[in-house]
Design a protein around this ligand. Structure first.
Ligand code: PGA
Length: 254
């Protein structure tokens, strides 16, 4: 079935040197092979972290990607550049949508570009607090999922990872409840996947929860069969807490 996955999104944290130290501590402390582990450092730390992870089962991911292969796009990084180092790439994180004005069309192009070069997208979807309070959670999550993935083949879709991250839960210390996350993922993430690609694909895609995940609350999410793991921000910046989340996931999913 689906292998559990815990991904750490370091955001704009860690120099190359700091990143190496963190990756080394995670590698040395990792005591499970049942959970897939992915580290997503900032671009400048990717080669250094790559060197530390050589020969380990831990995979690398980037936090963003451009949709073109090369060209006059100052400041951008292409999928061709990333695929030398990374297996995964986070696409459509709410901070990209909010602060850098990424819209569903750009995110769609990024997903296609990543797939074209064999990178696995970790597509992020989720509603804001205002949208939740207006009762729009389902529409927002379904629309973001649909717009990002329209036109993919079922084979392409089946290999994806999707992270449901309610925006109000990110970095706030206020996680969703497991029951809430499960409901949104079942109805609006997997439900939309089923509409677009059929039941088999909807059951094969790995779906994560993200937003204020800690070693203390991770069990609340991964105890639910529809939730395959987590995308972790703040708690991925310390080896102890990140390993705590990984090992708790291994225990619960065993
Ligand atoms: P957080 O971030 O764990 O710090 O809430 C999650 C994310 O943005 O992926």
């Amino acid at each position: 079935m689906r292998q559990p996955l815990i991904a750490g999104n370091w955001k704009m944290n860690k120099t190359a040197t700091e990143g190496q130290a963190l990756a080394r501590a995670i590698r040395e402390g990792l005591q499970t092979q049942t959970v897939e582990v992915v580290l997503c450092p900032p671009f400048t730390a990717i080669p250094a972290v790559h060197a530390v992870l050589q020969g380990s089962p831990i995979h690398l991911g980037a936090q963003n990607v451009h949709w073109e292969d090369a060209g006059a796009f100052t400041g951008e990084i292409s999928p061709v550049m990333l695929k030398e180092w990374c297996r995964y790439v986070i696409i459509g994180h709410s901070e990209r949508r909010q602060y850098f004005h990424e819209d569903d069309e750009m995110i769609h192009r990024k997903v296609l570009a990543a797939l074209r070069h064999g990178l696995i997208p970790i597509l992020c979807v989720g509603e804001t607090l205002a949208q939740r309070e207006a009762g729009e959670t389902g529409t927002v999550v379904a629309t973001q999922t649909r717009r990002a993935l329209e036109g993919l083949s079922p084979e392409q879709a089946a290999g994806l990872v999707i992270a449901y991250e309610p925006v109000w839960a990110i970095g706030t210390g206020r996680a969703a409840t497991g029951a809430d996350a499960e409901e949104v993922i079942r109805r609006w993430v997997r439900g939309t996947l089923e509409e677009l690609f059929g039941l088999e694909v909807a059951q094969r895609v790995r779906v994560l929860y993200g937003g204020s995940v800690t070693p203390e609350n991770i069990a609340e999410f991964v105890c639910r069969p529809t939730i395959d793991g987590a995308l972790v921000g703040g708690a991925s910046l310390k080896a102890e807490t990140f390993l705590g989340i990984i090992h708790e996931t291994a225990r619960v999913k065993a």
